[in-house]
Design a protein around this ligand. Sequence first.
Ligand SMILES: [Zn+2]
Length: 452
Amino acid sequence: MMKYLIFLVILICSQQSVAQQNDSLFISNIYKEALSNGECYDHLRILCKEVGHRIAGSAAADSAILWGISTLKRYNLDSVYTMPVEVPHWVRGSKEVGYYTYSNNKVELEIVALGGSVGSERAITANVIEVKSIAELRLLDSAMVAGKIVFFNKAMDPMLINTGAAYGGAYDIRSQGPSEAAKKGAVGCLIRSLTLADDKYAHTGATNYDDNVRKIPAAALSSVDSRELSRLLKENPRLQFTLHLTCQNFPRKIQANVIGEIRGSEFPEKVIVVGGHLDSWDVGEGAHDDGTGVTQSIEVLRILLALGYKPRHTIRAVLYMNEEFGNDGGKTYARVVAEKNEEHIAAIESDGGGLTPLGFNVQGDEKDLLQLREWGKLLEPYQLYSFRQGWSGVDIGPLKTDSNVLYGLSVDSQRYFDFHHSNNDIFENVNKREHILGAAAMTALIYMIDQK
Ligand SMILES: [Zn+2]
């Protein structure tokens, strides 16, 4: 009996190690295929240079949808289709002017309207009142704020090594600052850009007006201009600032998520979804945010097909429309999945930029974390060491149920906010190798989930 048990243990262990060897070999083939024949960087170039930035609701976003369909159709997928998504339609307008007059000199600044900002028929010229936070503004008497432009000069905390946390800590000035300023009678709002870089790029992003408060025009200033404006206001608190934005909101319209899939050979009704968002802000080229994520997701399917892999579960790449301005693509996808009663066992997103991958975050329970760490051992040769509970992605967030697991590609985020939502987010700022390594890492994780 004892002998039989020992034999059984040895047999199971050797079978496990054979399985692990097979997995290691397959993962090494994934990396070889990605690094020698990778196509995602070329796709990114076309998306950035031929489609360009592509805010939801725009004609460019329509072109991006066509780009997504034709790019997915290059491969021998089982199906490529679109899913209608209703999106907002906000247009920046041709005029974006911000300047102050100082010693009779007009000093023009590079400004960028916040997404969703209202415009004004005429330029607004007013004194500026600087605050460091919404809390500080709330303490001020309305009489001190009324008729002025509120300038939120709140920096992302440079002490936080997790730059996403630094962004989260300063994000309120952009999302709520304009309405908070209007509550005190302000006529306009300026914010310091949400970036850790010390440069002249202004960074946009959505603002969320409170429906019960008058909507006032709102724009971002670069970090360098914010510092200079703050210095000048100390010298001359009566400094006059002129702000003129001509952005407009139009009725919502229908665009689409773009989807490509390989049907599962054993469990076609069970889906593993990988994706990023197809829309971007209407500045730069939406390269890191999130051209890299959508092209990596397409690359995952390409690599699996190139290796002749027959997935057990259905593997689906989703290019979500409108993450930036209300997450319509992600919400619609989750709603349709629920209506169709489709089972999603896992969802993976890349939306932290096409930077050096470090590992994966998992949104799941302790058991899911332990499983990810177990898989992570096979990823150590590829210098992936970070496997933690944490943020996955905005688009896949609505898919979370008690029975599935969400994963986010974790990347070196120190430079991400140098690019994010600005004219600096261009193709040239994406490194080919880092971009491809992210796609390979996602393919390896999906392979392991599929084999489980
Ligand atoms: Zn993004």
